[in-house]
Unconditional design. Structure first.
Length: 214
């Protein structure tokens, strides 16, 4: 199919509880190639997701197979969720640290001009790019569910407590959902994202281990 100028104008946004709606240009309503265009956009998004996950895994510093497997599954589920596209302007990196070390998140914003200078002119989003580094403690050996809950919680917290992360999420929400999300405090936003990504059970297992460690 020949590429048209309007390609890329179609996207799905979250509307209500786990529902999505399609946003497109006005002319798409009468376009006979609407379905093909939408499928093209979905295929491109899926390819982009896989590339982002691969980049996150390749550049992260993970030493144990257990945490590596949990990280891969967690990222795959997050990127496949209705709000997975909100992560595209971010590079998530994970570093496995000893149990006695502290877990925390670093959010480092880069402007588009800085990124172009570093990457030799490669194109980046005009609103810049954010590097988010998550340190992961080895604190739940043998507890896959709790480990995945911890990773999902930290990623959600990174996007809920940082202005650029909040704005990324808002850009993929309907007006009603965006208004609701904007009024929440960081803790409520974190819980809301965890629910949207479908990690309630895993985060519950993580919190249980924190409160009553084995």
């Amino acid at each position: 199919m020949e590429r048209k100028e309007c390609f890329g104008s179609i996207q799905e946004v979250v509307s209500g509880d786990d529902m999505t709606m399609i946003q497109a240009t006005f002319g798409c309503r009468e376009c006979l190639e609407f379905r093909e265009c939408l499928q093209f956009a979905k295929d491109q998004e899926e390819l982009r997701k896989q590339n982002m996950i691969a980049r996150c895994i390749d550049l992260s510093e993970i030493h144990s197979n257990e945490i590596g497997a949990c990280l891969l599954e967690t990222l795959s589920r997050i990127y496949s969720s209705p709000l997975g596209s909100a992560l595209f302007n971010t590079l998530l990196l994970f570093y496995e640290v000893p149990r006695e070390a502290s877990s925390f998140i670093l959010n480092i914003p880069f402007s588009a001009s800085t990124l172009k200078a570093i990457a030799g002119g490669e194109e980046f989003p005009e609103d810049g790019f954010t590097l988010r580094i998550v340190l992961i403690q080895r604190q739940f050996p043998g507890l896959r569910k709790a480990t995945m809950g911890f990773i999902a919680h930290e990623v959600a917290r990174a996007f809920s407590s940082d202005e650029s992360g909040v704005n990324q999420v808002l850009s993929f929400l309907s007006d009603a959902e965006a208004t609701k999300f904007r009024k929440m405090d960081p803790k409520l936003r974190t819980g809301w994202l965890i629910k949207k990504w479908g990690f309630q059970d895993e985060v519950e297992a993580f919190q249980k281990e924190i409160e009553h460690p084995r």
